[in-house]
Design a protein around this ligand. Structure first.
Ligand code: PLP
Length: 351
């Protein structure tokens, strides 16, 4: 792989441990360009600003999407990714839906491997901290015609991060706004899906919540996702999560947790969860725990939910499934436990 290294690393010049999530980036990035019907071979260059035409198609029609994944270090300093094949496949599913040319899976994985090998020193050691990896693609063709662009740029950048949403959160069950509709692209990590969430989430924040729980667009009576996390509800001893569909992101944390539940003997169901069932569970004491699951925080316990102006406060569950699953998952990610499913990917490139 072609690598152009920085003359001087910025590592050590900043105390990144005190920076907020995602505002400091490592020295290098991966880039590849799509032109004349094909992708160039990805290469690594110094991280820095990029020149763009004001007419670049992405600014007008929003062909842009991304992935979110992390690199972890074990105590011996070996670096690992977690199920990178799943992020790559989901990236390409998102590309298909947004009419963006897909990236060769092997070239993508090799680019990740080389970039993380090069940036290994940026992976924080502290528990809960990691190196967040952001692959993304956007339309660069300088044309304002409402068609799929003929030119794109693919990049991978990295940001050292401390844990995100460490505290239990308060959420609002949303009944007015929708994140995704059937036949739309809620299942894709399209940039526009996130832009559309900001306004309703800001309104919820002004009411004292940290996140919105999205409900189905037609009836607003079934839970879909908790902000940018998949949602899990524990009724008695059974964990339930909404089934993935074209309106719900097929979360890698979610599917890994379902597999871990089966390994650990925790009863788990994938089925629609009605808001009514949540309220009834709260009233009759069957609702034990509520949490969101995603790469950023692994598990975010939900301490209360707001619905139609009423706040429902949950007690902290003893032996919370969220905490058990978080530990089981992070032990695999950080090479502290056996990996029966082969989820860990060790960084091997020699750079
Ligand atoms: C909308 C949405 N749902 C769920 C998730 C969780 O997916 P994953 O576990 O793959 O990070 C994410 C991303 O983090 C997301 O953006």
């Amino acid at each position: 792989m072609k690598i152009t290294k920085v003359a001087e690393s910025r590592f050590g010049a900043l105390d990144y441990k005190t920076l907020p999530f995602g505002s400091l980036f490592t020295d290098h990035m991966v880039v590849a360009d799509y032109k004349d019907g094909k992708w160039s071979t990805p290469e690594i260059i110094p991280y820095g600003p990029m020149m763009m035409h004001p007419s670049s198609s992405v600014f007008h029609y929003g062909q842009a999407l991304f992935e979110g994944m992390k690199a972890y270090k074990d105590t011996a300093g070996n670096a690992f990714l977690f199920r990178p094949d799943q992020n790559i496949k989901r990236f390409n599913r998102s590309c298909e839906r947004l009419a963006i040319p897909q990236i060769d899976e092997q070239a993508f994985l090799s680019a990740l491997d080389h970039l993380i090998a090069l940036e290994r020193k940026w992976i924080p050691d502290e528990e809960g901290s990691s190196l967040y990896i952001r692959p993304f693609v956007f339309a660069t063709e300088p044309v304002i015609k409402a068609n799929p662009a003929l030119e794109y740029r693919f990049c991978i950048i990295c940001a050292p991060v401390a844990s995100y949403f460490a505290e239990a959160i308060a959420v609002k069950i949303e009944e007015k706004f929708s994140r995704a509709a059937p036949g739309g692209f809620g299942y894709a990590k399209a940039a526009g899906n996130y832009a559309g969430q900001f306004y309703p989430t800001e309104l919820a924040k002004a009411e004292g919540y940290q996140q919105v729980v999205w409900t189905d667009a037609q009836t607003h009576s079934y839970l879909e996702e908790a902000g940018t996390m998949n949602i899990f509800v524990r009724f008695n001893d059974t964990l339930v999560t909404s089934p993935v569909s074209d309106t719900i992101l097929d979360g890698i944390t979610r599917k890994s947790m379902i597999a871990l539940c089966k390994d650990l003997g925790i009863k788990v169901e994938e089925r629609a969860i009605a808001v009514k069932e949540l309220l009834e569970g709260f009233e009759n004491g069957n609702l034990v725990e509520l949490f969101g699951a995603g790469t950023a925080a692994v598990v975010s316990e939900i301490k209360s939910f707001g619905y139609r102006g009423i706040n429902y406060e949950l007690d902290v569950a003893e032996d919370a499934y969220g905490a058990i699953l978080k530990k089981a998952l992070t032990d695999i990610q950080r090479n502290r436990a056996v990996d029966p499913h082969g989820w860990r990917y060790e960084i091997k490139a020699n750079v």
